[in-house]
Each structure stands twice: as structure tokens, then as C-alpha cells.
Ligand binder design. Structure first.
Ligand code: HMG
Ligand code: MG
Length: 302
């Protein structure tokens, strides 16, 4: 039982580029995001208003936001960790923000320098202020399917964090398999627990494809009523400091699977592949996705 329509949230300009060894210029980022808009994507995560000391790759978030062409009806989002980030985002007219935290203590501390319980009030304030500005607020929960420091994370702990964020006013929760360890049966088990308390419309799946299980996990999610998928074009990303790590599940691979299953996304495959070529030229190396390899092996024509 699969949905008829799925919303893809393209996170490559944020999640992909924050981990990409090649540095794109602001102009290259803008050109790539414009081509993503052209492809028919309705949700694009443009950048992050985090500390530029922590993520120097995205220090130009304001310039990128100001420079992109914004098509009516398309949601352009940005990550914000605190009030300072929210203010920077609102200053350049961002209307959809994403707060983020982890379900596991150690990852939360390493990523945003706070304990889980210290994080809630910070994100609550950000969410309230964002709502006063009529912004859409997404809440990412990381390490849902496993933590690099603590191993398996219980579904109860994921539920506790997700419900707290929803209580504080976030519009939807994106469930992050941060290090790409989830398997299909585990995905089913975790979703089964969460869906008892949270409607499927308020949940998105954010799978990294480190171990090649992301598409299988997404298919499980689709059969359980999930209709929101996060992905990055070409599977962009991976960490320069973690050999073997790879990025988000690839938008082009997700699209192939959805189209073959008769599921609508509104994305034009040919235009998405043009955007992929632009991206590949900008990063200067081959991308990870299966669809991009096939496309280039066939000469790159549409
Ligand atoms: P901190 O050092 O504890 O922050 O970092 P602080 O509040 O003590 O401030 C220290 C300095 O940072 C100050 O500057 C602040 O002004 C500045 P100084 O006075 O020393 O010159 N600062 C900022 N500057 C610009 N924008 C801001 C900002 N905030 C503080 N927003 C902080 C805490 C949260 C800022 C830091 O830890 C941080 O930026 N972390 C971000 C880490 C990150 O971006 N990780 C990747 C995104 S999450 C992810 O990828 C997972 C996801 O994809 C889902 C999944 O896969 O699971 C979403
Ligand atoms: Mg991620």
C-alpha cells in the first residue's frame, strides 16, 4: 500500500555541502539551487545559520539566500540552532526554519554543545519567535536509528524528544538516520512506535545511505504512510574526516524508485539530471548516486 504522492525535501545545499570536501563559491551554490528550483522540487534546504566556526562551508548562508531566485510556492528552508541564527535567517527573509537536536546525549553535546535537557528551552524560544514571524518550523531529531558514540537509541527516547519538540510548536519532525545504520525491520519497529503517538503527516524520513540501506528503509516508511522524504542530489556529502561515510540518500535514486512505483513528486527527471551535471561540475568529482552513474555512462544526454 503506497501513497500516490510524495514530497521530497532536497537537503543537498545544506546537508550535502556541509560535509563536502570541495568548497563551492557562493555563485556556484546560487546557480545550483536555481537549477534545483527549475527541476520542480517544492522544498529546498538552502543553508544553515549556525556558527561559521563550526561549519565554515555554510558561512555564506545570508548571501546565498539573498542571491537565489525564489519561485512562488517553493519552500526555501534553513537550519537555525539558536536565536542568533534565527535572527540572521529572518533578516534575509527566510520563511521556513529547521531546529535540530539529537535523541542521544553524546551526539547532541558534540553537535550543539548542550545536553538534551538544556537544548529544549533554546529550541522552544526559537520556535516561538519563528512562529511569531509566521515561519514554518521543522524539527530534526538526529541519531534516531543509532548514535556513533552510544550505539542503539531506544524508540522511547526518540519519542520523548519528538513529542517535546511538537509540544513546543514545531510543525513537523524529520527523523534522522545521521550515520546511516538503519535497517528495514528496525525502521518498521521505530516507526510503528512513533506512529502510535504522532500522525504520519507530521513525520519525514531523513536517511543517510552509509551502508546502502536507505532506499529499503524509505520503502518501509512509504508502506507505513510516510509521504515526506529528505534527500540530496547525487547523494552529495560524506565526511572528509570519516573514510567510508557517505551522504544523504540520493534524490535522483529516490526519484527513480518513486517514479517506477507510480508515485508523483512533481519533479522533472530531465531537469533534475541537468542540475546534477551542474553540481558535478562544481564539486569537480563524480557523485555517489546510482542514477548519476548510469546517466553519465550513457553520455549525459537526456
Ligand atoms: P557554542 O560555542 O556553544 O555557542 O556553539 P555560544 O552560544 O557559546 O557562542 C559562541 C560563539 O559562536 C559566539 O561568538 C557566538 O556569537 C557565535 P564569539 O562571541 O565567540 O565571537 N554564534 C553564532 N554565530 C553565528 N550564528 C549563530 C551563532 N550562534 C553562536 N547561530 C552552536 C553552539 C549551536 C552555535 C554550535 O554548536 C553550532 O553552530 N553547531 C552547529 C553544528 C551543525 O551545524 N551541525 C550540522 C547540522 S545537524 C545535522 O547535520 C543533522 C541533520 O542533517 C539530521 C541528521 O542527519 O540526523 C539535521
Ligand atoms: Mg543529515
Amino acid at each position: 500500500n503506497l501513497p500516490k504522492e510524495v514530497t521530497i525535501w532536497e537537503v543537498g545545499p545544506r546537508d550535502g555541502l556541509q560535509n563536502e570536501p570541495a568548497r563551492l563559491s557562493t555563485e556556484q551554490k546560487i546557480a545550483w539551487i536555481n537549477s534545483l528550483t527549475e527541476s520542480g522540487l517544492t522544498h529546498i534546504e538552502v543553508s544553515s545559520f549556525v556558527s561559521p566556526r563550526w561549519i565554515p562551508q555554510l558561512a555564506d548562508a545570508a548571501e546565498v539566500f539573498a542571491g537565489i531566485q525564489k519561485k512562488a510556492g517553493v519552500v526555501y528552508s534553513a537550519l537555525v540552532p539558536n536565536q542568533q541564527g534565527l535572527e540572521r535567517a529572518l533578516n534575509v527573509g527566510v520563511k521556513a526554519v529547521a531546529v535540530f537536536m539529537s535523541a542521544s546525549e553524546t551526539h547532541n553535546k558534540k553537535n550543539i554543545n548542550k545536553t538534551i535537557d538544556e537544548t529544549f528551552p533554546v529550541l522552544r524560544d526559537v520556535t516561538r519567535t519563528a512562529k511569531m514571524h509566521q515561519a514554518f518550523v521543522r524539527g530534526y531529531v538526529s541519531t534516531v536509528f543509532g548514535c556513533p558514540y552510544e550505539g542503539e537509541v531506544s524508540a522511547e527516547q526518540v519519542l520523548r524528544v519528538a513529542l517535546a519538540l511538537l509540544d513546543d510548536g514545531v510543525d513537523e519532525i524529520s527523523l534522522g538516520d545521521t550515520i546511516g545504520v538503519a535497517t528495514p525491520l528496525q525502521t518498521e519497529r521505530v516507526l510503528d512506535r512513533l506512529l502510535k503517538e504522532i500522525p504520519a503527516e507530521r513525520l519525514a524520513l531523513h536517511m543517510h545511505n552509509t551502508r546502502g540501506t536507505a532506499l529499503a528503509n524509505l520503502l518501509v516508511g512509504l508502506t507505513m504512510g510516510i509521504t515526506k522524504i529528505d534527500s540530496a542530489l547525487g547523494g552529495l556529502g560524506g565526511c572528509p574526516y570519516a573514510p567510508g561515510a557517505s551522504g544523504n540518500v540520493a534524490t535522483d535514486d529516490v526519484l527513480y524508485m518513486l517514479q517506477g512505483s507510480g508515485i508523483q513528486t512533481g519533479i522533472d527527471e530531465g531537469k533534475l539530471l541537468q542540475s546534477l551535471e551542474l553540481l558535478q561540475n562544481s564539486v569537480g568529482h563524480a557523485l555517489n548516486s546510482h542514477a548519476s552513474k548510469v546517466h553519465l555512462a550513457q553520455g549525459g544526454d537526456h
